[in-house]
Write a protein that binds this ligand. Structure first.
Ligand code: GAL
Length: 365
């Protein structure tokens, strides 16, 4: 009896562990990833911050019923009520401790930006060494995604609580550095011109901090066909009135930006809501561009739909100086809380293009 119990225990251990997304320093992209309490990690559309030897993973905490609001029926924009931004901490990128909700929704304020009925997506946190503030940028929207605004929150600790400072559309009364005369004279149907006085639309976004401490906000704008990249003020709290239009007409979403060998790289996707599509990569000599597209960085089975996922962040791979880790979300459109994560190594081809190879399992070593 004792013998069979021990066999059962061992079988259970192997079975449960082999289903986990990260175990003993090895990753299984797309599998359920448990935190150190044994609960599935819940931090979607996320990003990582490394601070004083600890990694912090911030993302959308998705819970409750997935539903399709009438206003989004035409394009399948399912959602859950907004709960807030979750934070997890790790020293090895595999084992994550839940640090709770660091920016909470406000059911007590049903008309505010953080009301459960509103949209809060793709939170990214950066640290400002000059102000010693942790600054969170996020996509804030109305249920129909018509508001298209940036939200900003700050904290003096990585684990929050974050203080919400409000939302806005960036770059009102400012033309992009690369605006043409035609852009400036465009009819009101041109979003750039139409939004000149009120600020530019901002949806999927990320923040990139350069080695010189300048920070840049990348966001899908002009109803999504054009991405904007905006230098932030030195405190990282506002746009600094210097921005550029990039990937014009390409409908690039979910930007993930990183630097390698003195060049800037961006990975994003096309614009097909929760459905996956082929990832895109691009390179530039400066965050404000010009950017040159390099094609789909993914290779292997289902590379044409990013292995059924959508990029969200790229971070340097510890111990591998020329490599990165590509983070993506495998969305479950009709059960959003069960959306999974897909982390894969990102390397560079001999021709300098980033490449992400599909692997069922891989190890950090
Ligand atoms: C995606 C976007 C997600 C979310 C979704 C809504 O295109 O990347 O962050 O907004 O659409 O359907």
């Amino acid at each position: 009896m004792r013998f069979s119990l021990s066999i059962l225990a061992r079988w259970l251990t192997i079975t449960l562990c082999s289903g986990a997304a990260a175990q003993g320093g090895s990753f299984t992209p797309g599998a359920v990833w448990l935190d150190t309490d044994g609960h599935p990690i819940n931090a979607h559309g996320g990003g990582l911050l490394q601070y004083e030897g600890v990694y912090y993973w911030y993302g959308e905490f998705k819970t409750g019923r997935t539903y399709l609001p009438d206003c989004n029926k035409s394009w399948g924009g399912t959602r859950v009520d907004t709960t807030g931004v979750a934070c997890y901490a790790s020293t090895n990128l595999a084992d994550w401790k839940n640090d709770g909700i660091v920016l909470a929704a406000t059911p007590q304020d049903p008309t505010g930006d953080l009301a459960p009925s509103q949209v809060l997506e793709r939170p990214k946190v950066v640290y400002n060494a000059a102000t010693k503030q942790f600054v969170m940028w996020m996509h804030i929207d109305s249920p129909s995604y018509g508001a298209a605004r940036c939200g900003v929150a700050t904290s003096d600790r990585p684990t929050g609580p974050f203080h919400y400072r409000g939302s806005f559309r960036p770059n009102a009364e400012t033309w992009p550095v690369n605006a043409t005369a035609a852009d400036q004279q465009a009819a009101p149907t041109n979003y750039l011109a139409r939004d000149f006085h009120t600020g530019q639309m901002a949806r999927d976004m990320t923040v990139f901090v350069d080695d010189d401490a300048h920070a840049y906000l990348f966001y899908a704008s002009e109803e999504n066909p054009v991405m904007h990249v905006s230098l932030l003020t030195d405190d990282y709290l506002r746009p600094a009135s210097q921005y550029a239009r990039i990937f014009i007409g390409r409908s690039m979403e979910d930007p993930a930006v990183f630097k390698h060998g003195g060049k800037y790289y961006l990975i994003g996707s096309g614009c097909t809501a929760w459905a996956p599509n082929a990832a895109r990569s691009a390179v530039a000599d400066h965050p404000l561009g010009p950017w040159t597209e390099l094609g789909n960085p993914c290779t292997g089975p289902d590379a044409t739909n990013t292995f059924h996922a959508q990029s969200t962040f790229v971070l340097p791979r510890p111990g591998h100086p020329d490599e990165f880790i590509f983070m993506a979300d495998r969305w479950q459109q009709w059960h959003l809380p069960d959306s999974r994560y897909l982390w894969l190594p990102l390397e560079f081809n001999s021709d300098g293009r980033p490449i992400v190879r599909w692997q069922e399992h891989w190890s950090q070593e």
